[in-house]
Design a protein around this ligand. Structure first.
Ligand code: SAM
Length: 223
């Protein structure tokens, strides 16, 4: 139940020091510290975090995972990497949370630069579609925590879910689909296919992979 989740009342109350002890100054105002900028929603076993860590050594990257055992595994995995490779993997962390509920408790408006949805749970049945992690209501929250120009990356092996995500994002006034030309210099794209455990499973099963990437545009009513 939800009372098991530990989440701050507001982003200012969040203690990031314990997650990134070498990157964050203790007891400092969050505003004076580096902030989390990349968020992997439903990070599973953490493959993307570990791949991105050395690519963006100065960026704080967070995975959110709802399953206790899986999030514990990722935390242990990061702790082991940090002790095996001193001063590396300091910029990645994982917290257990329900990303469908508490994002604005953790992040300020416009704080995030990249949001990742890699192989999210498909929830095939129509009655379960409301549980899909990309839906109309949640897109408003994702738009809130994303900076203008921030990017949402989605990839899935489920064609119906791909169409659902691309369709919802395309219809939203604050998101614009990015074309191949715009994406060709982004080093992250190729990592979306096989850096995560789920992506590797799809590869082993010779499954298809469908990519859709969207940019947040500035809100015409507020600028
Ligand atoms: N992204 C990972 C990968 O590519 O290997 C995991 C994919 S797995 C199919 C989907 C993950 O999302 C699961 O680990 C699940 O526990 C997590 N998840 C589902 N709903 C969530 C939510 N509301 N908040 C956080 N994580 C969630």
């Amino acid at each position: 139940a939800d009372h098991c989740f530990d989440y701050p009342q507001t982003p200012d109350e969040m203690d990031w020091f314990k997650h990134y002890p070498e990157m964050i100054k203790q007891n400092n105002d969050n505003n004076e510290n580096v902030q989390v900028e990349f968020l992997d929603i439903g990070c599973g076993y953490g493959g993307l975090l570990i791949t991105l860590s050395p690519m963006f050594p100065n960026t704080l990257i967070l995975g959110m995972e709802i399953r206790v055992k899986v999030s514990d595994y990722v935390m242990d995995r990061i702790a082991a990497l940090r002790s095996q490779h001193p001063s590396q993997y300091q910029n990645i962390a994982c917290i257990r949370s329900n990303a469908m509920k508490y994002l604005p408790n953790f992040f300020k408006k416009g704080q995030l630069k990249k949001l990742f949805f890699l192989y999210p749970d498909p929830h095939f049945k129509k009655a379960k579609h409301k549980w899909r992690i990309i839906n109309e209501c949640l897109l408003a929250e994702y738009a809130y925590v994303l900076a203008d120009g921030g990017i949402i990356y989605t990839i899935t092996d489920v064609k119906d879910l791909h169409e659902w995500m691309a369709d919802h994002l395309s219809k939203h006034p604050l998101f614009e689909r990015m074309g191949e030309e715009e994406l060709k210099d982004d080093p992250i794209i190729e990592k979306l296919y096989s850096s995560t455990e789920e992506g590797q499973k799809v590869t082993r099963n010779n499954g298809d992979k469908f990519l859709a990437v969207f940019k947040k545009i500035s809100d015409p009513y507020f600028n």
